[in-house]
Design a protein around this ligand. Structure first.
Ligand code: SAM
Length: 333
């Protein structure tokens, strides 16, 4: 039997210090790549971890070495009470970094509270700079709201502000340079993410997918991409900038250059499942034990076992999608 280590260390000696917490499976958008099956049943409120339950789990997992938390969803800003929850989370001893991934629709209304709650770093998903196309991709006429949210976040001093763009062939790949050029004018970190074939039953995955190498080629033909030296806390993004740009351009390549070897993440889904890998359907229930009286010690062991069950790498390819049960909207990206 494998003995459990005090910290979250997996069998490949990766130290997991980063927890992504999905606080809801609900979203105010219906992005074509995220939940194309619009009939996915929603979790009932009772099936979603309460804020109290998440905070109890945080008290258990921080001593196991988690120092970084990112809140995600669904759309985290649609859950009631999210700002109060963030304020309680951000002050937990031992957490060095609490951040948020959002589609930005409610950003403007909530930025003041988010800042007061202690968040300084934002990831905003924005797949088109064209309001009509934005609506085609997301199902909502919301571009202006997101844009104003970004502007306000910048004025309020959030830093960095990362703009995440999932690149899809024939959908938004013609905007590649428009996004890249934003970095001349704004200090945003524009990050191009490879499309992942998740949770979709369609056969067009292979068609939509564009590898980072191709994107870099197209951008380099316009202006030279200058590598930015990696910092100790950098995630999987390869970072570049243009000469004289204010912002950065990043590439996240889960398909063509997966970063599994250095993956330090564990995920907690809205329904209380621990998910060691975004791209594997393996999940370990922690909500059941939590609600049936498990001690802190027992819950800590569940975290450790989840860490130990992390696979060496994912096996997802554009030709082999993950299948329907793993809707990204319920895992949190
Ligand atoms: N609602 C929030 C948002 O929009 O950022 C958080 C949840 S969303 C699932 C997290 C991230 O996953 C977003 O940046 C989204 O673009 C990305 N994502 C979702 N499905 C994806 C896919 N099939 N391939 C690549 N990225 C995807």
């Amino acid at each position: 039997m494998t003995s459990l280590k005090p910290h979250l260390v997996d069998t490949y000696n990766r130290h997991l210090n980063y927890l992504r917490v999905s606080i809801t499976d609900r979203c105010n958008l219906s992005c074509i790549y995220c939940k194309p099956d619009r009939c996915v049943p929603k979790l009932e409120h009772k099936d979603i971890l309460s804020y109290e339950e998440i905070l109890r789990l945080m008290d258990i997992v921080i001593p196991l070495g988690i120092t970084k938390v990112r809140l995600t969803g669904g759309e985290p800003l649609v859950r009631q009470g999210v700002c109060d929850f963030i304020s309680r989370l951000a002050v937990l001893d031992g957490l060095k970094d609490v951040s948020l991934t959002t589609n930005g629709i409610f950003l403007k209304d909530k930025l003041k509270r988010i800042k007061e709650a202690g968040i300084r770093r934002l990831n905003v998903s924005l797949d088109s700079l064209d309001p009509k196309k934005y609506e085609q991709i997301t199902g909502v006429d919301g571009f202006q709201k997101v844009w104003e949210g970004l502007e306000m976040a910048r004025e309020m001093g959030f830093d960095p502000i990362k703009v995440n763009v999932v690149v899809m062939r024939s959908i938004n790949d013609n905007e590649l340079l428009d996004f890249a050029r934003l970095t001349f004018q704004y200090p945003y970190h524009v990050r191009f993410i490879e499309y992942m074939p998740i949770g979709v039953n369609e056969s067009d995955h292979f068609f939509k997918y564009m590898p980072t190498s191709l994107l870099q080629e197209k951008i380099n033909a316009y202006r030279k991409l200058i590598p930015v030296p990696r910092g100790p806390n950098d995630g999987p993004s390869q970072r570049f900038r243009f000469e004289k740009s204010l912002g950065e351009i990043g590439f996240i390549s889960p398909m063509s250059h997966h970063f599994c070897r250095t993956c330090n993440r564990l995920r907690l889904t809205a329904s209380g499942k621990l998910r060691p890998c975004l791209l594997s359907n393996r999940e370990i229930d922690i909500r059941g034990p939590l609600r049936s009286g498990a001690s802190d010690h027992e819950l800590a062991d569940i975290f450790r076992k989840a860490a130990l069950s992390k696979e060496a790498e994912h096996h997802l390819t554009p030709e082999h999608p993950l299948g329907k049960i793993s809707q990204m909207s319920s895992i949190g990206g």
